[in-house]
Ligand binder design. Structure first.
Ligand SMILES: Nc1nc2c(ncn2[C@@H]2O[C@H](COP(=O)(O)OP(=O)(O)OP(=O)(O)O)[C@@H](O)[C@H]2O)c(=O)[nH]1
Ligand SMILES: [Zn+2]
Length: 328
């Protein structure tokens, strides 16, 4: 069945009737989904936004196919989730592995790596750091050490597309599941996508409104992998940074949070307070200053993003009240 190439698991069959599909592209009010018969364009309900990677139940009404139901998401990658009421930007659903590409050819932006890790943990998926361009790095071990320290408990793989090294280990990590690739521009993401997909896009049949096949096409944003599994590569994911993944941050800076629990004051800001266990660890050379600065910076960004989200919420409430009173 065509869907098995797109990550289908048998438990989905009860859930998704009459026609199951996996969303490969979303575009203003509509989505494209791979179904057992081919690619289908379907209308979506604005109150229930779908995202690439969603499993959906499709049905047909007078005006054509539509998404009847979205299966519960195992994981969800999104931006801005600090305020529960503010709208988050959905990036991808049902992702198992978040690959974070970091180039070994340049000084790595460790703060950026921490942001990507926070986003990954927050989603429920497991991060894997992929150090790219291993052939172009004379001091690869140093960089690898630095990255490993900011990514405790996370597998760190070194690969070279140029020499073809490390790719088998990477293929093993993405086999069977759904993966996404994050990383700065120039980190080597496109090169990795090409290596992993074997450069051959999957060709599927596009189904017209009359239910008949029209032409064949490829699904560029959700790519089946030769060894099983899929890779999601959407423009939204390419430009992702970090807004307010509070829960993810705690996990990335777990060692600082553990130290903070030993501070004399419960609301210690770890700047100049007496009895601060975090500053003591810095003094003792146990905690790199850079890491503490990164923690502070991301914490501030989090607070700002949460404040913005709350402001948006208040504005919406205010406008809704004015509208009710007929004044807006
Ligand atoms: N030496 C070396 N160069 C590499 C390797 N992988 C990629 N590159 C080069 O690094 C550059 C950037 O690679 P891309 O794959 O385009 O990077 P990207 O992350 O997709 O960049 P954006 O499209 O801007 O997001 C290209 O010139 C590649 O040829 C590698 O393993 N070794
Ligand atoms: Zn402290």
């Amino acid at each position: 069945m065509l869907l098995s190439a797109y990550g289908w698991t048998p438990d989905l069959s009860d859930l998704l009737t009459p026609v199951p599909g996996r969303v490969v592209r979303v575009d203003r009010g509509r989505c494209e989904a791979v179904t057992p018969d081919g690619l289908l364009s379907a209308a979506t309900d604005p109150a229930q936004p779908v995202v690439t990677g969603d499993w959906v139940a499709l049905a047909t009404a007078e005006h054509g196919p539509y998404v009847r139901q979205i299966a519960p998401r195992r994981t969800l990658l999104q931006r801005s989730s600090a305020s529960r009421r503010a709208e988050a930007q959905l990036l991808a659903a049902n992702v198992d592995t978040v690959l974070i590409a970091v180039s070994l050819a340049v000084e790595p932006d460790l703060a950026r790596v921490e942001r990507f890790l926070a986003l990954a943990w927050e989603s429920g998926a497991a991060p894997v750091v992929v150090l790219t361009k291993a052939d172009a790095a004379p001091d690869a071990e140093y960089i690898q050490g630095d990255v490993t320290r900011v990514a405790p408990e996370v597998p760190v793989l070194a690969v070279s597309a140029e020499r073809g090294t490390g790719l088998d280990a990477l293929r093993e990590r993405v086999r069977g599941g759904t993966s996404v690739l994050l990383g700065q521009s120039g980190a080597g993401k496109s090169t990795l996508v090409n290596m992993l997909t074997g450069r051959q896009a999957m060709v599927v049949r596009a189904i017209g409104a009359d239910g008949k096949g029209r032409h064949t096409t490829t699904t560029r944003e959700l790519l089946p992998l030769p060894g099983g599994g899929v890779l999601i590569d959407t423009p939204g994911l390419r430009g992702v940074g970090l807004h307010d993944q509070a829960a993810g941050l705690h996990r990335v800076f777990a060692e600082i949070e553990t130290l903070a629990a030993e501070c004399r004051f419960a609301d210690c800001r770890h700047t100049a307070e007496p009895g601060c266990a975090v500053l003591a660890a810095v003094d003792d050379g146990l905690l790199p200053v850079r890491r503490l600065e990164s923690y502070r910076k991301l914490g501030r960004e989090n607070a700002r993003a949460a404040a913005r989200a709350e402001h948006r919420d208040r504005e919406q409430t205010r406008k809704a009240v004015l509208r009710l009173e007929g004044r807006w």
